[in-house]
Design a protein around this ligand. Structure first.
Ligand code: NAD
Length: 419
């Protein structure tokens, strides 16, 4: 972002994307200058007692980009690469994503630089509770509501909820979303991002006149988003030919046995050793000849170097920021229909919104109701973006950003500058 503190490849990518959308929208310069940087950011030290008795100090972050539309909302990421610039970029994308799908939320993100796979359950719990305590005055049910992201899950959200509740002296379910159903989570949240991704792929297929039962797919990342997307793709008749996680991938051009891989993943922390298909690297997976490519792991996987070798028809971005600016320029020249991250993976925050609403009302919905409303919102957003893309002759990514940014800008102009 403009100042050096935020600078990182991810934040520069997010800011540049914003600048292109702002230019195209002829955005008010005073609004644009503010939106290039977050409202506020917090860096915390997270001392954690390790199992061997040592204290290890992790670095944690919470960045709040803009709350003109409502409370901040955004996940907590546990990954070694977490840093202020990456978290700031992710917070900015959350602002556009919430606005794009019409949620009354602003964008935030948090994280701790750590490798959760190397931590015991005890260490993970201690680190999570201390991180929550450090950001406690920064978050709140009507201030900033965290959720899961890479490296975190419903157990981590339960510890966040419990720590916050212990400090307040009573149960505060609405402080976090993506919780287990037993403590105020919603049905359908765990599946929401992968399921929403497939709803948007279904709309894209209809638009392109593609029959999904004749399509093949490759999915990078087999965590929450990738595994559910794989399952849902298979359930609508798509042949999944490759899946992967951080240990590498498995490929079978005749189609992988999805149910059996899901069973394997439920019993093992990683896919390595999975007995199905032939091994394939994460980089080769992206270049497979397939109809649908789903990056659902890290950002910046599709770059200026490999974008020209993609052979998919639909690129459905489950991950946040998987495609660099250079890659985007190359993809534009190819016959690839992009469902951009802020649209494709918005299912997670949409159902998080449902969870927050249910917690505030203490009135819970059926899973059918959750899925029906999720599909309605995503389908509407998909067509709004498609209409802008066709009307203004811009790609789907720019159209999605234009829609998200313009709503935020209009709200800022209504509210005016408090000075
Ligand atoms: P997760 O931690 O559940 O799973 C991440 C997966 O990626 C794991 O299978 C891991 O092994 C794999 N991975 C890690 N490094 C890799 C590498 N270098 N190459 C290939 N695979 C690698 O995380 P998740 O919640 O599924 O999130 C995945 C992506 O989706 C992230 O970019 C996240 O920001 C985005 N996202 C998640 C949600 C959500 O609701 N969880 C919502 C929107 C977007």
């Amino acid at each position: 972002m403009a100042t050096i503190e935020w600078r990182s490849p991810a934040s520069e990518m997010a800011v540049r994307q914003f600048e292109v959308a702002a230019e195209r929208l002829n955005l008010d310069g005073n609004v644009a200058i503010r939106l290039k940087r977050p409202d506020r950011a917090m860096i915390v030290s997270v001392p954690t007692r390790m199992d061997d008795g040592r204290v290890q100090v992790f670095t944690g972050y919470r960045v709040q980009h803009n709350d003109v539309l409502g409370p901040f909302k955004g996940g907590i990421r546990y990954h070694l690469d977490v840093n202020l610039g990456e978290v700031s970029a992710l917070a900015m994308w959350m602002t556009w994503k919430c606005s794009l799908v019409g949620l009354p939320f602003g964008g935030a993100k948090g994280g701790v630089a750590c490798d959760p796979m190397q931590l015991s359950r005890n260490e993970l719990q201690g680190m999570t509770r201390r991180y929550t305590a450090e950001i406690l005055n920064f978050i709140g049910p009507d201030v900033d509501v965290p959720a899961p992201d890479m490296g975190t899950n419903e157990q981590v959200m339960a510890w966040v909820m419990d720590t916050y509740s212990q400090h307040k002296g009573h149960a505060v379910a609405e402080i976090v979303t993506g919780k287990p159903v037993e403590i105020g989570g919603t049905l359908g949240r765990k599946e929401a991002t992968g399921r929403g991704l497939v709803y948007s792929i279904m709309e894209a297929a209809k638009h392109l006149g593609v029959d999904l039962s004749r399509c093949t797919a490759a999915v990078q990342g087999f965590g929450n988003v990738g595994s559910v997307a794989t399952k849902e793709l298979a359930s609508v008749g798509v042949k999944v030919i490759a899946v992967s996680d951080r240990t590498g991938g498995f490929y079978d051009p005749k189609g992988l046995p999805v149910e059996r891989i899901l069973e394997y993943a439920a019993k093992n922390p990683e896919l390595s050793g999975c007995p199905f298909g032939a091994p394939i690297s994460n980089t080769d997976l992206l270049e497979l000849n397939c109809d649908i490519l789903v990056p659902a792991a890290l950002g910046m996987q599709i770059t200026g170097e490999n974008a020209g070798r993609l052979k998919c028809r639909i690129l459905a971005e489950g991950a946040n920021g998987p495609t660099t600016l250079e890659a985007d320029d190359i993809i534009k020249e190819q016959d690839i229909f992009v469902i951009p991250d802020i649209l494709a993976n918005a299912g997670g925050v949409i159902v998080s919104y449902f969870e927050w609403v249910q917690d505030l009302q203490n009135f819970f919905w059926t899973e059918e109701e959750v899925n029906k409303r999720l599909r309605e919102i995503l389908t509407r957003a998909f067509h709004e973006v498609l209409d802008i893309s066709e009307r203004d002759k811009v790609g789907m990514r720019l159209a999605a950003l234009m829609l998200g940014v313009s709503r935020v800008a209009r709200a800022m102009l209504w509210r005016g500058l408090y000075a």
